[in-house]
Design a protein around this ligand. Structure first.
Ligand code: GDP
Length: 436
């Protein structure tokens, strides 16, 4: 499971700048997939070959120190709960403030590794000014220059070095892992409890496991799978749950840990930006996706078109890949909840599916011959050979003479052909064109 690095600090100290810097490096290299939903507050990075997830708590900044007792402290607390390591950002221009002391006090008590970073140190004058931060009672800080970006290397060296080395032993290795994600009050708990035996005392089960994902082995209707959720999904958290920030933060860990993400949507509210964010998380992590429109019992005067129109409104917004299953259920009345499990299992199997190289070439090469990539500057592109990579989610490499000329629309065409020929319901596919 991925290590999570959270960046915390007062508003405007430069959290997002560092965040973007950490992500850009990576996105330039790995995440070149066009059309991927940009989730500004969360992303993948790596250093010296070690992957990690970065969270920018600043995406939800409130622009006022006075509200510290409210929002900032909640954000810091949540970062502390969810993260492996914490970057505490300070700003040399503004110096040390009361809020900084308060944040540091919370972090100090957390027992998590905390890296203190002083931003906007662009000259020796500022190097000197930064010594003010020793007043926090710290032994070490890192300085960053927002102008040049220097300093990140030393910081990352230390963060990555300190990651816990203990290997996580998955007690349910090899079993399908499903997480139910969605906005607060969409019905996740109701769904989870409906799936599990209602008479099981789930609350007692989860007490004490505040930080880790909870896994519940589930064996019913002929399917064996593991429901994964973060602490607080089944019992209401101590902090207010109605901010997007919390639902996203809580979703991150369980999504990363799962094979299939069931995204629950409230039928009375429709598909909104929060749903899109969760969708983006699942997609970026290349997880299988099932969209479940819950509370369908509350929709009155249903006509034959009602589901079709609702479904279309979602598909119009998610665009891209079209064969994500969309189900209409009621967790409360348990209507069609079995269908959710069955569909998630189909998606799970499709995500694992490996197409034999011979079969892949036999099917795809004639398609490329019939509809080749558009010629570029009079040069013709010929796809010669293809393979599926041995990755957890489907990724295909197409070898050709001039991969640099294969543009996004053609990649999408290729993806659609793969879906049409082989069926990858609800599964993000990666398509790469490479030089032979
Ligand atoms: P969570 O925050 O996503 O876990 O949402 P909950 O499961 O706590 O549900 C929030 C509220 O919506 C509760 O009052 C549920 O009883 C209600 N609810 C959940 N699912 C349904 C449904 O299918 N139909 C109706 N009418 N209400 C539902």
């Amino acid at each position: 499971m991925s290590n999570i690095v959270a960046i915390v600090g007062r508003p405007n100290v430069g959290k997002s700048t560092l965040f973007n810097r950490l992500l850009e490096r990576r996105e330039a290299i790995v995440d070149s997939t066009a059309g991927v939903t940009r989730d500004r507050h969360y992303g993948k990075s790596d250093w010296n070959g070690v992957d990690f997830t970065v969270i920018d708590t600043g995406g939800y900044d409130v622009n006022n120190d006075d509200v510290f007792q409210g929002e900032i402290s909640k954000q810091v607390q949540l970062a502390v709960d969810e993260a492996t390591s914490i970057i505490f950002m300070l700003n040399v221009e503004e110096g040390l403030t009361d809020t900084d002391y308060e944040i540091y006090e919370m972090l100090r008590r957390s027992n998590k590794p905390v890296y203190i970073v002083v931003n906007k140190v662009d000259s020796s004058k500022e190097e000197l000014a930064a010594t003010e931060f020793y007043q926090l009672g710290i032994e070490k800080y890192y300085t960053l220059s927002s102008a040049t970006g220097s300093g990140t290397g030393d910081l990352l060296d230390d963060i990555v070095k300190d990651f816990p080395t203990t290997e996580y032993k998955d007690p349910f290795e090899g079993l399908p892992k499903i997480t139910i994600a969605g906005r607060p009050n969409v019905g996740k708990s109701t769904m989870t409890n409906a799936l599990l035996d209602a008479d099981r005392n789930i609350v007692t089960d989860v007490a004490g496991t505040t930080r880790d994902s909870i896994q519940t082995l589930y064996n019913k209707f002929g399917h064996e799978f593991v429901l994964v959720d973060t602490a607080g999904m089944r019992r209401k958290s101590k902090v207010s749950e109605d901010l997007e920030f919390y639902s996203v933060m809580r979703s991150i860990r369980s999504i990363e840990f799962s094979d299939v993400v069931v995204i629950m949507v409230d039928a009375t509210l429709g598909w909104e930006s929060q749903d899109m964010n969760i969708f983006g998380l699942a997609q970026k992590n290349r997880k299988g996706i099932v969209i479940v429109v819950n509370k369908w019992d509350l929709v009155e005067n249903k006509q034959t078109n009602t589901t079709r129109d609702f479904e279309k409104s979602i598909r119009d917004k998610i665009g891209q890949f079209s064969d994500i299953p969309i189900l209409f259920v009621s967790a409360l009345t348990k209507q069609r909840i079995l269908k959710v499990v069955e569909t998630a299992m189909v998606v799970y199997e499709d995500r694992k599916k490996k197409i034999k190289t011979s079969k892949l070439n036999e099917v795809m090469l004639p398609i490329f011959e019939g509809t080749p990539p558009p010629a570029n500057k009079g040069k013709y592109i010929k796809v010669k050979y293809c393979v599926q990579l041995p990755t957890p989610s489907p990724q295909f490499v197409f070898f050709c003479n001039l991969p640099q000329y294969v543009k996004e629309p053609y990649k999408r065409f290729t993806e659609n052909q793969l879906r049409k020929e082989f069926g990858f319901t609800g599964v993000p596919i990666e398509v790469y064109f490479r030089q032979k």
